[in-house]
Design a protein around this ligand. Structure first.
Ligand code: TRP
Length: 337
């Protein structure tokens, strides 16, 4: 049987080079080389947990869709849809809720971290400011995955626990009803993926204000590159490339190997930081120039994006409806198919 790969992306703000190198580029590569049914969706109901402004919601959805399309996602090969267009996911979400011990949710990382933050602030109520959506986040994510009979979910390290939760819910349900009602999903995690560093050398992250957005105009990209932190070694002095963010970003782009080694050698032989940044700019710009143009064009045609998402939603609903009917039939003792 053909396997299913499903990727979910939360729509929260402009993607940066860290998102590109850590998630977008590898997942598109995986899809391209796969002989599987591929689903890629925009997790807008997950985003609703933090974004409450409709214009921002709309923009973020278009932005994710345009970014993936611009980077080469082929909607004929991948079913691309918006989570909120598939109501079956919500119905399944409730069903799954009835099969997860509340204690498992208490132990989920994101929820625990939010409570810890309250503790750090010295607050008495550790649930202060935490809404139910954050608490239920892993269940909705499980519904995203289980609703599509997903075999594999490519995710970052930080999502490992969520896939474990999805798997354990599926196992519990299968055991209880004594049949393979739900496919038990596995995560695909790139173990050796290096952290993508930002302008200041720390992990590139929106919250550190050190990120380089994927699709800034060329001039701005150059400007940002020039802001990357370096030491004060003079133009022709040998450079400490090992700890240099310029080197690390370059290596993230070209991969560890000969090209990166050559760059390291040039730096140790006295390539100036200015010239090094120019080289980095060239590599980044060569790869993102075309996607940037496509992205800009797509963002000016939201109707076209809507059509692609609507087309994907029809296929997604069909798939999720089949899973849901199977589950309801088994659980409610009625025939729905
Ligand atoms: N939680 C994921 C993230 O923050 C996004 C996501 C939502 C997801 N539902 C999913 C990823 C289902 C994979 C499968 O990155």
């Amino acid at each position: 049987m053909m396997k299913t790969i499903l990727t979910g992306v939360k729509s929260t703000g402009v993607p940066h080079l860290g998102n590109y190198l850590g998630a977008i580029r590898p997942s598109l590569k995986l899809i391209k080389n796969s002989q599987a049914h591929n689903f890629m969706f925009i997790a807008d109901y997950h985003s609703l947990n933090s974004i409450k402004d409709p214009a921002a919601m709309r923009y973020a959805t278009l932005d994710v869709a345009a970014t993936y399309l611009a980077c080469g996602l082929d909607p004929e090969q991948v079913v691309m849809y918006q989570q909120s267009h598939v109501p079956q996911i919500m119905e399944l979400c409730w069903i799954l809720t009835c099969f997860i011990p509340k204690g498992d949710l208490n132990r989920a990382h994101a929820y625990k971290a939010a409570r810890q933050q309250n503790a750090d602030f010295g607050r008495e109520d550790l649930d202060h400011g935490i809404n139910g959506g954050l608490f239920m986040y892993p269940v909705l994510m499980s519904a995203d995955i289980l609703g599509f009979d997903t075999n594999f979910v490519p995710v970052g390290q930080d999502q490992r626990q969520h896939i474990e939760i999805a798997r354990s819910i599926a196992q519990r349900i299968n055991q209880h009803y004594k049949k393979d009602l739900l496919v038990e999903p596995k995560e695909i995690i790139e173990e050796h993926q290096a952290v993508v560093v930002g302008l200041d050398g720390r992990k590139m992250s929106k919250s550190y204000d050190n990120s380089i957005p994927m699709f800034v105009p060329e001039k701005k990209l150059k400007k940002l590159m020039n802001q990357i932190k370096t030491d004060s070694a003079g133009p022709s002095e040998p450079k400490e490339w090992k700890s240099a963010p310029v080197f690390h970003l370059y290596q993230s782009f070209v991969g560890a190997g000969e090209v990166a080694n050559e760059f390291a050698q040039e730096l140790s032989q006295g390539l100036s930081w200015g010239a090094a940044k120019e080289k980095l700019f060239q590599v980044v710009n060569d790869e993102l120039k075309e996607p940037r143009e496509k992205y800009t064009e797509l963002m000016s045609k939201p109707k076209l994006i809507d059509e692609i998402l609507a087309h994907g939603a029809v296929k997604a609903r069909t798939r999720a409806a089949a899973t849901l009917a199977r589950v309801k039939e088994a659980m409610l003792g009625v025939s729905l198919l």
